[in-house]
Structure formats: C-alpha cells, structure tokens
Design a protein around this ligand. Structure first.
Ligand SMILES: Nc1ncnc2c1ncn2[C@@H]1O[C@H](COP(=O)(O)OP(=O)(O)OP(=O)(O)O)[C@@H](O)[C@H]1O
Ligand SMILES: [Mg+2]
Length: 485
C-alpha cells in the first residue's frame, strides 16, 4: 500500500518543503512502518540549525530562514506521511520485540548533491505505537548532547549522522537522569539511512524472509550501489558491512569515544554511527570506562566496543541466513579483526603525527603509547593535543627534548614508560628525513584539536543555558569544534 503523500511542492517558499522527497522506503510497503502524527508543541524556539548540511542538500544557507526550519521541523507543516519505523533489537544481550521508533519518525528522504539518499529522522516528535510507557519526547539537554556529539565525531573523522536542527518545544519533562522538570526539544537528524540491524532482526522474528529479501535489495540498491550488479552481491554486501562497522569501531576508539548503548537497534545497516544518548569521551585511557550509569556490568565499556560490534554483526547473520550462504557470512565476519586493526592503527599513527611508518616501529609505538596513557592517567585528548602544541624540530636532537615543553603531569611511577616512549619517538624522528618534520607537525595539529567534548565541557555550556538561557557558550563550543580549534 502506498500512503497518501503530500506532493512534492517545488513552488513552496520554504526551501525544505520544495526539496524533491523520494518515497524509497515508503514504496516498500507498510510492513516496515506505521504512519504517525507529530506532537503539537506549545513553543518553537530554534536553538540549532546546521548550515553546513544545507549545501550538500542543494540549499543556500543565506536563503533558508529560521522560520523555514521551524515550520518544517518543529510544526511539521506541509509534508506527510511520517513513518515510525518498525524494528526490534538485542538490548544489553536480551532480545526485545517491543521496540520501534517510539519518539521519532522518518520525516522524509532526499537525494543529496552527491547522489546519495539521505534520511531526515526526528527524535522527540511525540508518541507512536512503539512508545510503550514513554512520552515520545526528548529533553533539551538530550538534544544539545546529540548535536554536540555528532559535530565532534564528524570533525574527528568518525562516520556519523549529524543533526540538521534542534528546536526547543516548551514542554516540561520528568526524567530520572536529569534534574526535573526539565526542558524539551525536537531534533531532526540527517543520516545515511535509519535502517537498523534490528529492522532485519524483527523480520527474522516474524519469519518473513520475503520481507528481509525486499529490504536487503533496497539497502544494496541505495547504500551499496557498487555491488548491485554483482552476481554474489549479498555475500559482498555482508563483507562490506563488516568492514564498515569494524572501521567505525576503530574510529570511535581512536577518537576516545564511548557510545554507551551499542544495542542492535542503535546499529545502522550502512555502518554509520548514530544515537548519542549517555555517551562520553574518555577523560583518560581507562579500557574499562563505562559511560552509561545503567550499564552495571560494563557490557558497553570503552574497550568492549569492537567485540560488541563483532557480536552484533554475528547476531545479524540470523536474518541473513535465509539469503546469504552461511560460509559467506562466516568468511565475511572473519575479516573483522583485520579491518579493525588496520583502521585503528592508521588513525592512531595519524594522531601520533605519522601517515605511515615501518611495521615494527608502528607496533612498538602504539604499544608504548597505550601503555603510557594507561599508566600515567594523563588526559587522552590532552596528551595528543600537547604533542601537537609542543612539537618542535628539537625533538630530533635528544630524547629529553621530546615533549619537554608540555605541562602534562603523569602520575608518579609512569616516568619510566614515558622515558622509553620519548627514546622511541626520538629514534623514529631520526630514522625519517628532516624534511618530514613540517608534515608531522601538520598531521599532529590536524588530528588533535584542542577542544575535546569531555563531560565537564558539556556541563560548562549547559549551566548558562539553565541559569540564564544563555546559548552563546554552546554556539562558541560548536564553532570551536567545527573549526577544529
Ligand atoms: N521518551 C521516550 N518515549 C517513547 N519511547 C522512547 C523514549 N525514549 C526512548 N524510547 C524508545 O526506546 C527505544 C530505545 O531508545 P534509544 O534511546 O536507543 O533510542 P532513541 O534515542 O529514542 O532513538 P534513536 O535510536 O533514533 O536515536 C527506542 O525504540 C526509542 O524509540
Ligand atoms: Mg536508539
């Protein structure tokens, strides 16, 4: 069945409404979603518009007015249908068949200037058939935190969804994890698909391989186009999904990011990162750092992220077994570790200033770096930023000059490892041509921005919002993140 659709309105004065919306998902039929109505909010105050996302949609930020964001993404006027996606998922290891978009919907799908299909998905837009006991809403702080995480991760090179808009909506919400009553928001996220692992898991649960096949064909056609004409496209798709997810996990790890809720309903079939709830950037290198207060056993702690992703990919084999030969699935997943290590090593090397090094040196440098970071308790982001800030050609002269202008204070007992690290770094510099030094300085500066989105930083911009509705520190922080300061 095709739902009643508001026709694309090329003549609307609102640039968001005159976009050419495609019904790629909708046309798959209503086995995958329910049409829902948005909440009517008492207020609409635009708190965030992501102008950087407009040119890729073919829109000129100068032309798009604040009111256009509010009409489209706060009042939800001039477009339908809105589709609450159906999905299940493994949450902290247990299968939950009661999920689905409980506080969001697919607003629409638009092709970017790059030819890719993008989803606009809401969060906090009201109740749906999947809200269970929830209110269907998003706190303002939740919106602020997701905007910040997406921007920070994007600028750290993580493949992530981004927030297009965040509008304060004038409701008072009650939450166990925020001082309540607390303010409300509705967010629109731009993503390279909102199809989740759990979207397929639901189809397996319902024993509908026909629907799995149809959805998988759609996924390959839209998000793995280069495989579509291949004879063994399904096996190739799974192998590439494994690669994308392994690389994503490596990107989080190098960025020092702990997602915190790696349930299969929060894993995208395109390998893109999304859903930033109780996440945290690690203050210092603690493998067992836990970001979510409700993750009692540390299932999703920092160091577990790659293995959890691998496990989620393994569980996703169940729905795919109807279509992809089990040997192909097994072979595809067997490459996870290799892809992960390659990406993690490459990203960490860049943080250390190098685009490439001989293998043995790479291994030794990474090992010593992690050992030092673990033992010294110096800030993870601070360490790399201090490398970038203090790097000098003099580091080539003597090991004692390496990072000697830095103000880092390792805990007592870590100085032996630090000395070893300096000796190694000094040797690596001396093994390279002197003309490499400016490139090393540039690499360090590019991959290690000063601003890190640590929890106290988020609290420092949240406080003025709560105390005096002062949003300037929030805008200043986003600006710093976006300009890699
Ligand atoms: N306040 C709420 N009201 C209704 N449903 C909710 C609420 N909060 C979460 N849910 C639902 O609970 C499930 C798990 O929530 P989770 O926090 O992972 O997702 P989400 O943040 O709401 O959305 P997304 O995954 O799109 O970012 C989802 O199905 C979600 O829709
Ligand atoms: Mg979620």
């Amino acid at each position: 069945m095709t739902l009643a659709q508001t026709p694309n309105n090329k003549n609307s004065s609102n640039p968001f409404l005159s976009l050419n919306y495609e019904s790629a998902l909708e046309s798959l039929g209503d086995d995958y979603y329910d049409e829902v109505a948005p909440e009517e909010f008492p207020e609409h105050i635009l708190r965030w518009r992501n102008d950087a996302l407009l040119p890729p949609l073919g829109l000129d930020p100068q032309v798009v007015k604040d009111e256009d964001f509010i009409t489209a993404f706060g009042k939800f006027e001039g477009r339908k249908p809105f589709l609450a996606m159906r999905y299940h998922g493994y949450q902290f290891g247990d299968y939950n068949p009661l999920l689905g978009d409980g506080r969001g919907f697919l607003y629409g799908q638009v092709r970017g200037t790059d030819g890719q299909l993008y989803d606009f998905g809401t969060k906090g837009s009201g109740r749906t058939p999947y809200s269970r006991g929830g209110d269907g809403l998003l706190t303002l702080k939740g919106g602020v935190r997701e905007v910040l995480a997406a921007e920070a991760l994007h600028h750290l090179g993580v493949r992530t969804s981004r927030c297009l808009s965040m509008i304060e909506t004038g409701l008072s919400l009650w939450r166990g994890d925020e001082p309540s009553p607390t303010r409300s928001s509705v967010m629109v996220r731009m993503s390279n698909s909102h199809i989740r692992f759990g979207t397929f898991e639901r189809l397996h649960y319902l024993q509908r391989p026909d629907l799995t096949q149809k959805l998988l064909d759609h996924v390959i056609k839209e998000y793995y186009q280069h495989l579509d004409a291949q004879e063994n496209k399904y096996a190739l798709f799974y192998a590439e999904l494994v690669k994308r997810v392994a690389e994503l996990a490596a990107q989080w790890m190098a960025a020092g990011f702990c997602h915190a809720v790696l349930n299969t309903d929060n894993m995208s079939i395109t390998g893109e990162s999304f859903d930033y709830g109780p996440y945290a950037f690690i203050p210092h290198y603690n493998p067992y750092f836990i970001a979510a207060y409700f993750d009692y056993y540390g299932r999703y702690c920092y160091i577990h992220q790659p293995s959890v992703c691998q496990l989620n990919l393994e569980m996703l084999q169940e729905p795919f077994k109807a279509i992809i030969h089990k040997d192909d699935l097994k072979f595809g997943l067997s490459k996870f570790e290799e892809y992960y290590q390659a990406e993690y090593t490459s990203l960490m090397l860049k943080k250390l200033g190098f685009l490439e090094l001989p293998n043995p040196q790479t291994k030794e440098l990474l090992k010593l770096t992690i050992e030092f970071l673990t033992n010294s308790k110096v800030g993870y982001h601070e360490f790399f930023y201090e490398m970038a800030r203090t790097f000098s050609a003099k580091w080539r002269d003597e090991p004692g000059f390496v990072m000697n202008a830095s103000e880092l204070v390792p805990v007592p007992g870590a100085s032996g490892i630090f000395d070893d690290w300096c000796i190694l770094y000094h040797k690596i510099l001396n093994d390279l041509d002197g003309d490499r030094l400016p490139i090393i300085a540039k690499t360090l500066a590019f991959y290690n921005p000063k601003t890190a989105l640590l929890r106290p930083v988020i609290e420092s911009i949240w406080e003025p919002i709560v105390q005096e509705d002062n949003w300037q520190p929030f805008y200043d922080l986003v600006q710093k993140i976006q300009s890699r300061q």
